[in-house]
Design a protein around this ligand. Structure first.
Ligand SMILES: [Zn+2]
Ligand SMILES: [Zn+2]
Length: 388
């Protein structure tokens, strides 16, 4: 399918078109830098974004920075996934958590719980009536089916390559087209101008067949969150497009198939105004951008031992990784704050760590394996490859 092919490495043009600044020596003014920055990149007088030969874009100190200085605040959450098993304990809006106690404010229609009426109101505002309709449709489907779906065990499967990804998405294209027609028929009958599209048994069957397939609630949440966000923020889509691309974002063949099945499910159930966005292209694109750019949403107490889900804050993803980071990141509600973990000199790269609390204590070999597996790079930070 050419939609997928087109969205794989080619849309990365938005990334590679970033001017390739030669590192440290010749630095142009901040104003010049900002002109060539991709949409959604963070800007500050404290740092500048430059292209590096080996690690893509990176953030460098533009002056000496004192320990504990607030470097950046990211309030640009685009999509987020709150794992199904945490839905009753973690606030759907601010990700607040009360040591595993069920939250008081529950909205069973949309399948989220909130720490307060205020958070519930904010959530409703952000999702709008279309978003509420979408989450209600998903919740209805998941509730009907939840008992039969078990967790997928796919640790041993290989990561699908580009060719397999294209083939699997192509394999559902015909059924998707039939479902789309069935849904268009729905629209016509509600508008009372029947006739333009002929909906036959074949179309309706394709839709029914999709609904009988196994569901993957967390994959569905990921897709719906991204689709609703795109629907409400058409002008900010560029920020997602500008993120570093992973052209093989699926962990396994099972994971890939969960996405193509979810595509058909969503075509069958989402409110009609969202359907133009429900395309293989958009769903692939969300995975390809999210893969290396998402931040885990963990408990704030107890050293982050509980993993509630993850989200994409485009500006925050410009910070590269180091196993001995000079920037500490901390989440407050839906906002990430980045502070200097020590005094930093002008010209130093500003790095956070992508490792979780426990992972930071691993040996060099195990750290490198973890980073390679989860983030797809060989770590060459000072701690992994000390310079003489
Ligand atoms: Zn809350
Ligand atoms: Zn390292």
């Amino acid at each position: 399918m050419d939609t997928i092919a087109a969205s794989t490495p080619t849309t990365a043009s938005s990334v590679s078109s970033v001017s390739r600044q030669p590192s440290s020596s010749s630095v142009s003014s901040v104003a010049d830098q900002n002109k060539s920055l991709p949409a959604g990149a963070p800007t500050s007088t404290l740092f500048e974004i430059r292209h590096t030969p080996n690690a893509g874009r990176a953030v460098f100190a533009a002056r000496d920075i004192d320990e504990e200085t607030l470097i950046w605040r990211s309030d640009d959450l685009t999509l987020s996934v709150l794992l199904r098993e945490y839905r009753r304990e973690v606030c759907g809006q601010c990700f607040g958590y009360d040591y595993g106690r069920d939250l008081d404010t529950r909205d069973k229609t949309v399948g989220f719980a909130f720490c307060s009426k205020d958070c519930q109101e904010k959530w409703k505002q952000e999702n709008g009536s279309i978003g509420i309709e979408a989450w209600t449709a998903v919740e209805t489907l998941v509730k009907k089916r939840s008992k039969e779906d078990s967790e997928m065990v796919d640790a041993d499967q290989a990561r699908p390559r580009k060719k397999e990804i294209t083939q699997v998405w192509e394999s559902v294209a015909a059924q998707a087209a039939l479902i789309r027609v069935a849904r268009q028929g729905e629209q016509q009958s509600s508008e009372g101008d029947g006739g333009a599209v002929q909906v036959t048994k074949q179309h309706k069957k394709a839709l029914q067949k999709a609904l009988l397939q196994k569901i993957s609630p967390d994959v569905m949440s990921f897709c719906v969150s991204g689709l609703v966000w795109r629907y409400h923020h058409p002008d900010e889509w560029e920020r997602v497009l500008a993120l570093a691309v992973d052209s093989t974002p699926y962990h396994s063949s099972d994971d890939l198939c969960a996405f193509t099945r979810t595509y058909l499910h969503l075509l069958a159930i989402l409110p009609l105004p969202l359907l133009p966005h429900v395309t293989a292209d958009t769903l692939f694109l969300l995975s390809s951008r999210d893969s290396h750019n998402s931040f885990g949403i963990r408990s704030l107490e107890d050293g982050g031992s509980e993993f509630f889900g993850y989200g994409c804050w485009p500006a925050a993803s410009y910070f590269n990784h180091s196993c001995g980071p000079n920037i500490e990141k901390k989440r407050t509600g839906r906002i990430w704050e980045f502070r200097a973990a020590r005094d930093i000199e002008k010209g130093e790269e500003l790095c956070i760590t992508y490792l979780s609390g426990e992972e930071r204590k691993l040996s060099r070999g195990k750290r490198m394996l973890t980073l390679k597996r989860n983030w797809g790079f060989e770590c060459a930070c000072e701690r992994c490859e000390p310079r003489p």
